[in-house]
Design a protein around this ligand. Structure first.
Ligand SMILES: Cc1cc2nc3c(=O)[nH]c(=O)nc-3n(C[C@H](O)[C@H](O)[C@H](O)COP(=O)(O)OP(=O)(O)OC[C@H]3O[C@@H](n4cnc5c(N)ncnc54)[C@H](O)[C@@H]3O)c2cc1C
Length: 446
């Protein structure tokens, strides 16, 4: 009798455990399928740069890849196999490839010949216009460690040329963009005694400076010129920002912040680089400007005030404030929701259309809830006319509206740099043309 009881209890307990597991599996599968469909509809399932290639005939659907991805929602299990859900989020860590128990994942760029957003580059990261190089994420390959090795490689190549051909210009290289690729290039140029200039429309740090507070940055041991090794696999965003600030002293005379590249034109044997402040003659240009492009501006009075921002780094820094979010896409809604959840903020969204279109369901639900409880006000069919130090004027269908305001966050999209580079004669997507300097004959603007 005792044996029968033992069996009954064992079967009952096993059934409960199995039931919980099966239910969890079905819920996750349904959610991944829905997220996949939504991401496809919104066009965010396609990756920006590296992404996981999944060999579905090897995949056993164990979900390890979904659990180890540091960026979250990149892969999901759909119909029993790993599937890319939110490809734009992949930054190429490769944890899925490393941890997949059956070797079904390879992280790479795919067939770049058909990618109109990936420039054609030589082994030394030179574009099809000799003398113009690309480093870092703009090459289609993300991650800090890759940006660092590109930056060094390009400067070593330029230094070799200067050694063998001499230098007839003021600068051996103008480095545009002070993210990890540009900073490393500048440090290496400094170390080698090359004449160079590093410019950035913002400050030193690139994408890292804008990561959310306390973000854990995964990397692999790095060797930074004039600094030495970064040996750990993980650093906080704050550590890296502080590090860039320390490195500033090593290159300070050659770094220009708040200076934006606006055009490059040909000069005999070199280039003239035009910025919003000056023009520089140089033998080589290193474009290390990332892939995100320049945030679109509203071009209204007061937009230059320091209270106006184009991204939200940390919602927790704002409480008890009057805040205006401009835009109606996912980034705008996510910022508005994050800010409305902080104590005593008064959040208004100004959007030029009459409703939110094509935003993620999760964001739509969150903003609707906060609108119903009056934590977010939305002024549809409106545009910003003027920004003052303590107010903002909107134009609406029923006339002008003045809002009390402490900060403005503008999410009006960005202009990716591809057209600018293509205009310089740099080939993308593997079109076959002979390298040429004549194709950059006219000045180009970004
Ligand atoms: C949210 C997020 C999380 C990430 N997490 C990780 C991680 O954990 N580990 C990791 O290794 N990588 C991570 N990455 C990727 C990593 O940040 C990038 O691969 C890396 O920053 C690329 O460096 P970069 O120098 O090529 O470009 P960026 O860092 O993008 O820097 C480009 C610079 O160019 C400047 N610029 C652009 N246009 C102009 C212009 N016209 N004139 C002058 N300057 C200009 C910009 O202001 C910017 O400072 C993450 C990325 C994001 C967005």
């Amino acid at each position: 009798m005792e044996t029968v009881y033992t069996w009954v209890i064992t079967i009952a307990v096993s059934s409960v455990i199995l039931g919980v597991y099966v239910r969890k599996f079905l819920v996750e599968r349904k959610s991944a399928t829905e997220r996949k469909a939504e991401a496809r509809a919104l066009g965010i399932d396609r990756p920006r740069s590296q992404y996981p290639f999944i060999n579905t005939s090897l995949c056993i659907g164990c979900g390890t890849c979904t659990m180890v991805c540091p960026e979250g929602d990149v892969i999901g299990i759909v119909h029993g196999v790993a599937t890319i859900i939110n490809g734009e989020r992949c930054v190429g860590h490769g944890a899925c490839e490393k941890e997949c128990p059956v070797g079904a994942i390879k992280v790479g760029l795919g067939d770049v010949r058909s990618r109109p957003d990936i420039p054609v580059l030589s082994k030394t990261m030179e574009t099809t216009v000799p003398g113009i190089f690309i480093a870092g994420e703009l090459s289609g390959i993300s991650l800090i460690r890759n940006a660092v090795s590109h930056g060094k490689l390009v400067i070593d190549t330029i230094a070799d040329r200067v050694r063998s051909q001499g230098l007839r210009h003021e600068y051996a290289a103008i480095i545009v963009g002070a993210g990890p690729a540009g900073i490393t290039a500048a440090l290496r140029a400094q170390e080698l005694g090359l004449r160079y200039l590093l410019i950035d429309q913002d400050d030193l740090g690139g994408a890292i400076r804008h990561y959310p507070r306390n973000k854990l940055v995964m990397t692999q041991p790095l060797d930074l010129p004039l600094y030495g090794q970064l040996k750990k696999d993980e650093y906080s965003k704050e550590f890296l920002v502080e590090l860039w600030d320390q490195l500033r002293t090593k290159i300070s005379g050659s770094f220009h912040g708040n200076e934006k590249l606006i055009g490059v034109s040909l000069d005999p044997q070199g280039f003239v680089v035009a910025t919003n402040r000056a023009t520089y003659a140089c033998a080589n240009v290193l474009m290390a400007i990332g892939r995100r492009g320049t945030p679109r501006q509203l071009n209204v009075d007061g937009e230059e005030l320091p209270k106006v921002m184009y991204q939200l780094v940390d919602a927790r820094s704002y409480s008890g404030r009057d805040l205006l979010i401009v835009g109606g896409g996912d980034s705008a809604i996510e910022a508005a929701v994050g800010l409305a959840r902080q104590a005593n903020n008064r959040v208004t969204i100004s959007y030029r259309r009459d409703a939110f279109y094509r935003i993620k369901k999760k964001n739509e639900n969150a903003v609707t809830k906060l609108m119903q409880t009056n934590k977010i006000k939305v002024v549809f069919d409106s545009q910003v006319k003027r920004i003052g130090s303590d107010k903002v004027v909107l134009v609406t269908k029923s006339g002008e509206v003045t809002l009390v305001n402490d900060y403005v966050f503008i999410f009006a999209g960005g202009d990716p740099p591809y057209e600018f580079l293509k205009g310089m004669g740099i080939q993308f997507g593997g079109e076959k043309k002979e390298p040429s300097r004549s194709s950059t004959a006219s000045p180009l603007t970004l």
